[in-house]
Design a protein around this ligand. Structure first.
Ligand code: 4AD
Ligand code: MG
Length: 463
């Protein structure tokens, strides 16, 4: 098939009077006795293009008027300024070919559908305005993330998806095995003998590329990963998915303050990018998804992000006049309701919470001199809560070994990780940004299921 012109490109540099061919799917059809209007959308922009069929120009006008919503068309016509108020240009049709028909059972007729209903037809929802905008934004942001790190000289590394180590230590690894589900070999103790499995050990899907990312940072200085991440976390919330994408930068010769600086610069860059490069879709979100979105993103693009200590965060929460569902006490982790209170009510914008109690954080975080906290940071943003989790890493071998012992993290399987602290160890830091949380934050969409093309959540793996 010949190279297709995307409608967005056609409208970006219009040449009125030129003959053009476009391809797309019918969003709506309006017919009167002498003229018919079809809105055709090819996914490249929000508006699509209005194509105009006139009886006097088309011998089979009556037949063409029977075209239905959802059909795939190839149309050739002349691009002309539109007399209508809703669009600048329209296509005056000379030739129209129905490539694929759609009957009246097509579920996306013109009326508005709920997001819940659209989740049940995830195979068709990309053809709606909302999901067109969400997935264009998502795609653009992925490019922007690579651009940001390329501009800063970071090396892009692909860390393994199948792994034998549970980086976060939360026991949320999905098992990967080639053993038969029935009759897996057992060892003398009666447990499954993973020594006979494909990899000769117990393996799972990665919960984070950080540990391998750290090794690359100890060779390339500044690196990042951007890949799929899996967590068998049985939490049915609007913010958790079992399969999500994470961006994890890691910097050698860097501390927690450098880490927060990078995170703030990164988020500001992505806000500016969305406003500038995705303006049509962002304006749509502002109109239909969250009023005031543009203003919110603009202010974040310029903002200095606040930084508060975990201690201070706890004091704010204890003094809150609202009541929380979960308890607030030094030593307990922050729940989404706490995070949102801090960012929305206390600060009124993005805020880093720094230096958490060591008991609630992973083994690899750098131990502070106070003996009770580690150099961890979470970035909290309005509406979403935690969008970034990161830390300075424990670069001192002895301290790391002690902490692993205290936490019951076995040394032997992590011998390679420990080696990085033996030869040329450096202070280093990094973080993980949940890609879906970012898309939610920038689009105003409130459910993670609506920013993933085909979401994986407890009891849902359809499509
Ligand atoms: O805070 P987390 O668990 O941190 C890590 O995995 C570190 N190894 C990152 C690092 O320092 N390199 O996860 C990081 C981020 C969270 O802040 C959140 O945005 C996102 O990943 N995230 C999830 N997003 C969707 N669904 C889930 N189940 C998520 N769990 C974490
Ligand atoms: Mg976290």
């Amino acid at each position: 098939m010949s190279h297709r012109i995307h409608i967005a490109d056609l409208l970006r540099c219009p040449t009125p009077g030129a003959s053009t061919t476009v391809h797309g799917w019918v969003r709506s059809v309006r017919v009167s006795s002498e003229v018919a209007f079809i809105v055709l959308n090819d996914g490249s922009n929000l508006e699509g293009i209005q194509v105009v069929l006139e009886r006097t120009r088309l011998p089979d006008f009556d037949n063409l008027c029977r075209i239905t919503t959802g059909s795939a068309l190839r149309v050739t016509g002349t691009l002309l300024p539109s007399p209508g108020a809703r669009q600048q240009y329209e296509l005056q049709i000379e030739e129209l070919q129905v490539v694929g028909t759609a009957d009246s059972h097509y579920p996306l007729q013109k009326k508005r559908h709920s997001l819940e209903y659209l989740r049940s037809i995830a195979h068709l929802r990309p053809r709606t305005n909302t999901f067109g905008a969400v997935f264009r934004l998502r795609s653009q942001l992925a490019q922007a993330i690579h651009r940001f790190f390329a501009e800063q000289g970071f090396l892009y590394v692909n860390t393994p998806i199948i792994t034998a180590s549970d980086c976060e230590g939360a026991g949320e690894l999905f098992r990967v095995t080639a053993l038969p589900p029935n009759g897996a070999p057992r060892n003398e103790g009666g447990e499954i003998d993973f020594y006979q499995d494909f990899f000769g050990r117990k393996t799972g899907l990665t919960v984070s590329g950080q540990l391998e990312g750290e090794l690359f940072a100890q060779a390339f200085g500044d690196i990042y990963t951007f890949g799929p991440t899996f967590r068998a976390e049985n939490s049915n919330t609007p913010r958790h998915a079992a399969e999500f994408w994470m961006i994890e930068p890691e910097m050698a010769f860097a501390d927690l303050a450098d880490d927060a600086d990078l995170a703030a610069a990164f988020i500001r860059y992505l806000c500016r990018f969305a406003l500038e490069q995705c303006s049509e879709d962002m304006a749509f979100f502002d109109r239909h998804i969250e009023q005031g979105l543009l203003q919110r993103i603009r202010s974040v693009a310029e903002a200095d992000f606040a930084r508060i200590e975990y201690d201070e965060a706890i004091r704010h929460l204890q003094q809150a006049t609202v009541s929380f569902q979960f308890p607030v006490q030094w030593g307990l982790d922050l729940q989404t309701e706490h995070e949102r209170y801090l960012t929305e009510t206390v600060v009124g914008g993005p805020v880093f919470v720094l230096n958490y109690p060591k008991e609630i954080k992973a083994f690899y975080m750098r131990q502070n001199d106070d003996g009770r906290t580690v150099a961890a940071m979470d970035l909290l943003v309005p509406k979403v809560g935690e969008i970034i989790g990161g830390s300075q890493r424990e670069e001192r071998l002895e301290r790391l070994l002690t902490r692993m012992q205290e936490m019951g993290v076995p040394r032997e399987p992590l011998w390679w990780y420990l080696d990085s602290r033996r030869w040329g160890s450096t202070p280093h830091a990094g973080f993980g940004l949940g890609f879906e949380r970012l898309v939610m934050y920038l689009s105003g969409m409130e459910n993670i299921r609506d920013v993933l093309p085909f979401p994986r959540t407890p009891r849902h793996a359809e499509f």
